[in-house]
Design a protein around this ligand. Structure first.
Ligand code: GRF
Length: 197
């Protein structure tokens, strides 16, 4: 039986597309069963439907900051498809311990920095401000502490003299699209060896 994977997105979903493409490429121990967004207008939802994947959206705004109620609505969508693995791919809502705890050890996230450096937002601008010579992205297991769980892989890129946050983000995104599918393919096959690109 293939492992069932649900993917949470908030925007364009370019990482989600790479995960789905790799799972549909064959020889993979997992299959995508749901792509969910916290915004019905998220561009990635149409991309997922075009790839034949079921989609759902749970807008966080009507919950007016009530994270537990928002998460209950997320769980209703997940209960309907019974996933084994949950991948956060550009999902921009912070999930609390009550949601994360049941998923510990089987929820992955991609973060656009070389963790533990630059947890949180604006990672590219912060790396530039610090004068870093290299930067990158990390795939890690999600724990209740933001951007803090065990790392499963990292990809490194050089920081160039004339880089801006946008040019650096674009270089990192290319690596994200290689790292996340490689880590998920490994992880779904039961292998958590650290992948370094
Ligand atoms: C990616 O850079 C990801 O690391 C960050 O948000 C961006 C989302 O990109 N969390 P996409 O929606 O997967 O294209």
């Amino acid at each position: 039986m293939k492992k069932r994977v649900a993917i949470f997105i908030s925007g364009g979903g370019s990482n989600m597309v790479r995960l789905v493409e790799d799972m549909q490429a064959g020889g993979h121990a997992a299959e995508p069963v749901l792509v969910l967004a916290n915004d019905a207008d998220a561009g990635g939802l149409k991309k997922a439907r075009d790839m034949g994947i079921a989609t759902a959206s749970v807008d966080h705004r009507p919950f007016k900051g009530d994270r537990e109620a928002f998460q209950t609505a997320l769980n209703e969508q997940l209960d309907a498809v019974q996933p084994d693995i949950l991948c956060l791919a550009g999902f921009m809502r912070v999930l609390t311990e009550s949601f994360v705890a049941p998923w510990e050890g089987r929820m992955l996230n991609i973060h656009p920095s070389l963790l533990p450096k630059y947890k949180g937002l604006h990672t590219h601008a912060r790396a530039l401000e610090a004068g870093d010579k290299e930067h990158g992205c990390t795939v890690h297991l999600v724990t209740p502490k933001l951007d803090d769980g065990p790392m499963l892989g990292q990809a490194t890129v050089p920081v160039l003299e004339d880089d801006t946050p946008d040019s650096l983000a674009a270089r990192v995104l290319v690596q994200e699209h290689k790292l996340y599918p490689a880590v998920l393919r490994n992880f779904a096959a039961g292998n958590s060896d650290f992948i370094s690109l």
